[in-house]
Design a protein around this ligand. Structure first.
Ligand code: B4P
Length: 188
């Protein structure tokens, strides 16, 4: 199974990704985690990415796409994967499909959550980029840059929208239902 988790900041992509990768033995590619590791290691990429992340902006596509392409090229045939937080705009989606092909994704799970719940969850999480001002900017960037991907994947028949409000178990149950049959021949 080859999945994308799409949703606003704080929708719980990372939280649900952990469950999905262990249930389906998927390779987990989280661009947020990869970028945070690069920042912590003070690598060339990390130094370039840090300012964008601290401000709640997207890291430039060429940096993120190179990172993901390198990992995806190393994926063995038949290995399922989960892209968590990537692609985050149309340029990244186009780059992804140019690299791995149009049929390299079976389903896109769109986790839907309203802005006030996002702010409350992220203030509670308290990561360095979880101040109210930065969270509101990330919500704005999501609306402008990432949300057009909902239509992009809907047109390709891949989108499954799930309500991300409720307990972690509730949301996991909805995702399990939404992806049942994904990646099987004849699945719609
Ligand atoms: P990410 O690391 O992707 O993080 P996120 O969107 O903030 O959070 P996520 O949706 O994973 O929520 P989580 O499970 O933690 O991005 C961080 C930054 O990296 C971006 O702003 C950007 O700068 C950069 N970046 C990443 N990918 C990029 C890309 N492709 N291109 C350019 N830049 C990129 O859950 C949030 C909180 O809610 C947690 O505390 C969790 O415990 C809680 N929670 C989860 N589910 C819950 C539930 N059902 N009920 C209550 N609380 C819940």
């Amino acid at each position: 199974m080859r999945l994308i988790l799409l949703g606003p900041p704080g929708a719980g992509k990372g939280t649900q990704a952990e469950r999905l990768v262990s249930a389906h033995e998927l390779l987990h590619l989280s661009t947020g985690d990869m970028l945070r590791a690069a920042v912590a290691a003070e690598s060339e990429l990390g130094v370039k990415a840090k300012g964008f992340m601290d401000a709640g902006e997207l890291v430039p596509a060429e940096l993120v796409c190179a990172l993901v392409a390198e990992r995806l090229r190393a994926v063995e045939d038949g290995q399922g994967y989960l892209l968590d937080g990537f692609p985050r705009n149309e340029a990244q989606a186009v780059a992804l499909h140019a690299d791995v092909g149009d049929d390299a994704i079976d389903c896109v799970v769109h986790m839907k959550l309203d802005d006030e719940e996002i702010v409350q969850r992220l203030l509670k999480r308290g990561r360095k980029d979880d101040t109210e001002e930065v969270i509101r900017n990330r919500i704005k960037v999501y609306g402008e840059e990432t949300s057009p991907l909902i239509a992009f994947y809907e047109q390709r028949g891949l989108l499954r929208t799930v309500d991300a409000l409720g307990t972690i178990d509730d949301v996991a149950g909805r995702i399990a239902e939404a992806i049942a049959g994904c990646g099987q021949v004849g699945a719609s």
